[in-house]
Design a binder for this molecule. Sequence first.
Ligand code: SF4
Ligand code: SF4
Length: 313
Amino acid sequence: MLRKEGLLRLFNTLKKGNTVYAPVEKEGYYIYSCVEDFSEIAIEFTLPLYPPKEFLLPQHEEILSFNMRGVRATLPNVKQVIFGVRPCDVNAINIMTQFMLSEPPDPYYQARREGTLIVAIQCTQQFENCFCAVFGTYKLSTGYDILLTPSNRGYYVTYGTRAGKRLLEKAGIKPDNKQPTVEFKPTRKQAKFHSKIQELDKYFNSKYWGVAAKDCFSCGGCTIVCPTCQCFDVDDHTNLDMKSGSRIRTWDSCQLKPFTRVAGNIFFRKNREERFRHRYFHKLSWGDNCVGCGRCLTICPTRIDMIEVVLKL
Ligand code: SF4
Ligand code: SF4
């Protein structure tokens, strides 16, 4: 069982040779930020506004540079810890890793993932807008190095990898043999949503997609904050000398019309309704791509609620 002094010891061990990112309170939100001192961490945080995916797949990333002599891949070299990752986000990282490392593996993502340690903190309740009880993504089996579970006396601690075990040994922390179990029961509305998404294909041509999409600005906010969205675009930037430059990849969004533009100036999902519906099918029907974090509702300027939309189809 870890109390404040134990947490401090763990933090100081993690700091040695690593950059540590953790939730910090900024203007009423929790945001993952680089921290130097344990006192900066908002240890009783709810769900951070943005997921930690940017540390594994940055929003802008140079992937190669070129000059008149040739081309050089810019492989990242990171040693970092993400401290305070909620279970839904650990599960989202597992989904993203499976995708990014499927053949052929993405070497940039791979280098970052291998250089990253994850300290997860178990939730003991669903926060506002969360619906992880629908998918069971509040539970963890893999993807973390160290797991802390809060109780009224402190934090139960365990490890999920050899690296996590070594870290605890270095910090002089004994893992707890027993871990408390956490169970979240879906609300009635969440349970109805769960049954309906089992047969979402039946509603592909529902007229309600057009009604719901009328409130959508196609701003792409929902995909920016989604911990499992990983689409990107690639651009070459030439320097003013016209002899050197770099190739940059930048997050993209299926909700933006230019995303659907291909050779011949063809837009394969031209209207908003099709793009809107596509996100629902990608997240809820074509694979397990939603972890129920609820960020797409939190960020949406018109408060479009995925559960409400599905229930109205
Ligand atoms: S955040 Fe809301 S308005 Fe923006 S694209 Fe997503 S659903 Fe549409
Ligand atoms: S679709 Fe929404 S609720 Fe599901 S993982 Fe993405 S942001 Fe979270």
